[in-house]
Ligand binder design. Structure first.
Ligand code: FES
Ligand code: MG
Length: 586
């Protein structure tokens, strides 16, 4: 089986004089003279670029993005493909929103990348773009901007890193860091072992190799038809990744001639396919926010309730950590990758959806097979019979909250217990580190002021650490609630994305330590058992906190970011806000 196939060049439909770049280069006027002379300053002859599709390679490489460490070389593979197909490649550095080093949280900058992408495409003489991303926020950021810009685009996913390894044990990004950290806090891991884990958990270029946010998001791009078929599963350092990159370069040139724009690909059917695939793979909770934001850019009104409904009917069949048991993304690739998974659930997908190949999703999936049915399970033997995600409502979260049932101890699916409320991460941290803290496994830990505005920027704090006092007693899970997100590699009984968030006066702001909280997952409810008139009195006494930012990007973010259930896009970037910007005057 080939991982992906690139169709033969189709008959030219666009002529060179109708290329977008021709507006910059073709006219016999002073401005175009300037554009041509500046291309010559770069060392190119007219024969290099005139009348050819100019392909922008939006490269989110940076020396602080370990997941994209291979992108400098990989851009050369893309260029090779573009040139071979008769296009002209230009590489444009783009904001590298890396997950590990960006503080207070990378989510503060997803929309910055989305804005940059949209404007880079619009402002430059580009006929098509290859988007190079993969680390969590880069996929939605690049795709959101490119959907709005609407010139032909293809997504080149960074690919997962190799399996982690320590002392012969497989290690999974994130998931195993949390797990071993709990053991270290319990005093079960030596300094030498800890050092060994540190060196073995991320041992090649590529994105986190669990089914965390990065791999969920690239799977979503793949299932939406925005990548070459199955491209999201190819490990970053596999030579197949280089070939896939060159194929992206070849294919985008043809997409330009075919005028295959994102609006023909990102339709309601494509979004639905992507949501179903996300559920079947184990779906990082972050995917919910990004999927809604991407869909809204395309004019598809995807809601939390739609996702809950899909979650109820879609079995989780990718046995990949953290929701699955033993396997990692490298195993998933060897088992057939995303094409095989999609073929397995093809009856649930809309196979007529158009893709970047110029063919339908159904055509792209032809011949896909599963090679290991313990990694990619048959529908008769799922990892979890319902999808990996549930949406809750109730008097604590009138606009919704999400939980990942597959990743939490079933003992907590229906649970009632007293709240332990923390207003800040620091307050919560000193409590969990206190070995004498009074806490039982029935308690419900609550962290608030950690949402899109309160965090600020919606940090991944939602997997609140289990208090040391409980760890010593052997407990590894408890019910936790927050208006934060959590890393897609995390797990546990964590209710996230409570909306509206506490910082803007959502009901979570009214909860007090000792109040009884009730989670009823089968009925999708999350409530505080506090009388209505008492809540009214608390609401009347609530005061808005101080603003987090008074200048700069943070200020702009605070003025315009939407709540979690709307995808946290900026209101003024959403489709339908004012008339489209259109093409620039030249
Ligand atoms: Fe980049 Fe996990 S840190 S994908
Ligand atoms: Mg992450």
């Amino acid at each position: 089986m080939r991982i992906h196939e690139v169709p033969a060049l189709s008959p030219t439909r666009k002529s060179p004089d109708t290329l977008r770049s021709a507006r910059w280069f073709a006219p016999d006027d002073l401005r175009s003279f300037g554009h041509r002379s500046r291309m010559m300053q770069l060392g190119y002859s007219e024969a290099d670029f005139m009348g050819k599709p100019l392909i922008g390679i939006l490269n989110t490489w940076s020396e602080l993005n370990s997941c994209h460490a291979h992108f400098r070389e990989r851009a050369q593979d893309v260029k090779r493909g573009v040139l071979a197909a008769g296009g002209f490649p230009v590489e444009l550095p783009s904001l590298s929103v890396d997950e590990s080093f960006t503080k207070p949280t990378s989510m503060l900058y997803r929309n910055m990348l989305a804005m940059e992408t949209e404007e880079q495409i619009r402002a430059h003489p580009l006929d098509g773009v290859v988007l190079m991303g993969g680390c969590d926020k880069t996929t939605p950021g690049l795709v959101m901007g490119a959907i709005t810009a609407n010139v032909p685009m293809i997504y080149l996913p960074a690919g997962p890193m190799l399996r982690g390894n320590y002392a012969g044990q497989k290690l999974g990004s994130g998931s195993d860091a949390w797990k071993y950290w709990d053991e270290r806090r319990a005093g079960n891991i030596s300094e030498a072992e800890w050092q060994g884990l540190q060196g073995g958990i991320a041992r090649s270029a590529g994105v986190c190799m669990t089914m965390g946010t990065a791999s969920t998001m690239t799977a979503i791009a793949d299932a939406m038809g925005l990548t070459l078929p199955g491209a999201s599963s190819v490990p970053a350092v596999d030579s197949g990744h280089q070939r896939m990159a060159a194929d992206c370069g070849r294919r985008i040139v043809d997409m330009v001639w075919e005028d295959l724009t994102p609006d023909r690909i990102v339709t309601g059917a494509a979004v639905r396919n992507a949501a179903i695939v996300a559920m079947a793979t184990g779906c990082s909770t972050n995917a919910v926010v990004h999927l809604i934001a991407m869909a809204r850019r395309a004019g598809v009104d995807l809601t939390l309730d739609d996702l809950d409904a899909l979650g109820r009917e879609t079995p989780l069949i990718a046995n990949v950590r953290p929701a699955g048991k033993d396997y990692l993304m490298e195993d998933f690739f060897y088992a057939g990758g995303l094409r095989a998974l999609m073929a397995q659930i093809s009856e649930r997908l809309d196979l007529t959806a158009m893709t970047v190949t110029g063919r339908t999703m159904g055509e792209n999936l032809e011949g896909a097979r599963v090679f290991n049915d313990d990694v990619i399970r048959p529908l008769s033997n799922p990892v979890y019979k319902e999808g990996s995600l549930a949406v809750l409502r109730g008097n604590l979260c009138p606009d919704g909250a999400v939980i990942k049932p597959a990743a939490c101890d079933p003992a907590y699916h229906v649970h009632e217990g007293p709240a332990l409320v923390f207003d800040s991460y620091a307050e919560m941290k000193s409590f969990v580190d206190d070995e004498k803290a009074e806490v039982s496994p029935d308690h419900v830990m609550v962290l608030r002021n950690a949402g899109p505005l309160g965090g600020p920027g919606f940090p991944e704090w939602g997997m609140l650490p289990i208090p040391k006092a409980l760890i010593r007693q052997g407990h590894r899970d408890m019910l936790r609630i927050s208006d934060a997100r959590m890393s897609g590699t995390s797990y546990g009984a964590c209710v996230l994305h409570v909306a509206p968030e506490a910082y803007v006066g959502g009901p979570l702001a009214l909860l007090k330590t000792g109040d009884i909280v009730r989670l009823d997952l089968p009925n999708r409810r999350l409530d505080m058992l506090v009388p209505e008139d008492e809540l009214k009195a608390r609401a009347a006494a609530w005061r808005a906190p101080e603003p987090r930012f008074e200048r700069g990007w943070g200020w702009m973010f605070s003025k315009h970011v939407t709540q979690a259930d709307k995808g946290c896009d900026f209101d003024f970037l959403e489709r339908g806000f004012g008339k489209p910007a259109g093409e620039p005057d030249i």
